[in-house]
Design a protein around this ligand. Sequence first.
Ligand code: CA
Length: 163
Amino acid sequence: MKKGASIWTNPWVLLGIALIALIALSFRTSMFRRIKKALGFTDADRELELEQINQQNQLIEDYLNNIPEHDGQLTISHGEAKSLADALEEAMGGAGTDFEAIKQIIDDRSTSDLKLIYASFGHRKPSWQFWGDGENLFQWFLDDLDSTELAYAREVFKDVGEF
Ligand SMILES: [Ca+2]
């Protein structure tokens, strides 16, 4: 090798670096978060954020426990809300996300309907989570949706809660 030649000018090294960068970019940030969470690593800011979400969600759940079967704003039964919550889990569970299915479930719902769907979802354990009490619907959205989908879901659920 010529004196002064650096590994950084070797085309194979550059190609390797480019390939690694491409693979890294192909992972969504939520994927990294999942891996970190599955391994038990979460950053403090994120923990605090989730703690605040949980407190807010507890208020919603307390309120929902007092919603009668039909309150005028509700257009779905508790049984239907449960089926819709199951369908949301189905659309997000496992690899990938069926966002078209999610939209069909959450579009054109009253706020009361959305609250009931949220409550019916409760806390569910994602397949990648090895321990813990599961996550609520907003946490599932945060873990599963990309930024565009997340913005859409936030707009739909804006009167239910922030996430
Ligand atoms: Ca998924």
